[in-house]
Design a protein around this ligand. Sequence first.
Ligand code: ADP
Length: 600
Amino acid sequence: MHAPDRPGFLAVFGYSRRALALVWTTNPRLTVALGALTAFAGVLPAGIAWVGARIVDAVVTAVATTHDPRAALRYVLIEGVLVASMAVAQRLLTLAQSLLRAQLGQRVNVMILEKAITLELAHFEDADFYDKLTRARREASSRPLSLVLRTFGLVQNAVSIVSFAVLLAQFSPWAVVVLIAAGLPAFVAEAKFSGDAFRLFRWRSPETRMQLYLETVLAREDHAKEVQLYGLGQRFLERYRDIFRRLYREDRALAIRRDSWGLGLGLIATVTLYGAYAWIAIEAVQGVITLGEMTMYLMLFRQGQSAVSASLAAIGGMYEDNLYLSTLYEYLETEVLSPGGAMMHGPRPEDGVRFESVSFSYPGASEPALEDIDLHLPPGASVALVGENGSGKTTLIKLLTRLYRPTRGRILLDGLDLGEWDAVTLRERIGVIFQDFARYQMQVGENIGAGDERFFEDEPRWRAAAGRGQADEFIETLPSGYHTQLGKWFRKGLELSGGQWQKIALSRAFMRTRADILVLDEPTAAMDAQAEADVFEHFRRLAEGRITILISHRFSTVRMADQIVVLERGRIVEHGSHDTLVALGGRYAHLFALQARGYR
Ligand code: ADP
């Protein structure tokens, strides 16, 4: 069996304290109520058993002497009240639980999302981390409360067992020993098997993740088109089933082992119970204990055993809850690089952007994605990045926007290392539209407003930006204009064409009026060559005095840039204006000639 981390017996309680703290800070009053009700519900059964004994004894005494039922009736009344209080306590417990569940679910979800917005891009691209995030989100609303409830349940049962033991000890201390000893083997076995289940869960998360992914592919609108046209549905479903079958085999083996042991050890408990019955009966016949005491002890034994098995069930569940919470806390405690420095100005604003011997490798990658990049972009420069797919163009932009930090070398803005810039200031200075820009399923206007968070809902600015991005014409024709809902997730959600989306994205870039570095990473690929050239020309005119960086595969657009940087396998191989590079007769000239031939 794979056992990377074997949780000890006490691992059941590993996160109980933290779960309790979480519940406490969510709503102290409800937590106190929950605790008090739990303790109350814990001692009541022993009280009820004790009163039950008094009833029988009062009846027996009355039969033998006065024939006056009043004493017995008084006890009946008391028992009735106790049983009614038990019912009230149970109800209140359920109420407190459902209220806490709602609050706690929301709280944990917010914690998860709050953390998510502080994370770096690299985290989202790391499979293990992504796994943690998905698992944490999936069961956010149930697990922490479940752990607390089970912990409380365990305490409640422990209180019951102790109170039973106190009463039972009057019969014989040995009876207490027998009660506990009979439950112990089952207890230990349950702890062991729950531990196995715990490890099984943890070790299998890649398979579970694949299942989750297949579910997404088969049941989401963005994949439906291809899955249907290529007839992939059955194949993916078969994979899904395969994973289940594999997991099921292990589950079954574990469940069978667990239940066979459970059965055997349960039999021991039953045998003990009836042994104790016999013992108690003999004592009663011999007159050592009264009839009332006999009923009480029998009830104590029976209920004691069910308290023991309830505790077993609680422990099994607590392992699982702990597993969840360990993922949750691992996720919440993920170290995030410091958000950078605090500087809001650089010493040399006239210097613009400077890459100095910058190299970068993605985490876990064997080859660097960028190597020894030296590049200077003064204010007002217009630059085009050219290179085959995978040559490192997007990576260069990710470094410039500080989504990733260079592995070696440094990047300066206004003479100041990017790492020393205040995060918000830096973000305001750079506007980027990526090839895979976000298509928010919100209003058209909000999709434009997303370009500048402060003006997310500012309609006059949306309109101005849409005008610059040449999106205004088609937006006017939409059913509710700028307030048209986009996306298929929502009723009346409209879907735009690729080119229309790109105009929205461009307009989004124009929302960033304060940005002095504007980057277009192929967001115009869905437009035809002429439209792209127009857009870029327009973009450059409007971007007067700012640095514009363009990534495109179309030389008709690229040639308009003042500087052209040719990347090959992460290195800059050529750098200059269109005319210089064509005259050079190198890589650029070759690619340019190829494409020009295509157009003739
Ligand atoms: P381009 O934009 O020129 O097409 P990229 O900058 O996207 O190229 O990619 C450069 C190299 O880095 C490629 O070899 C690619 O496989 C790798 N790469 C890109 N993104 C990631 C990532 N998130 N994680 C690991 N490797 C990546």
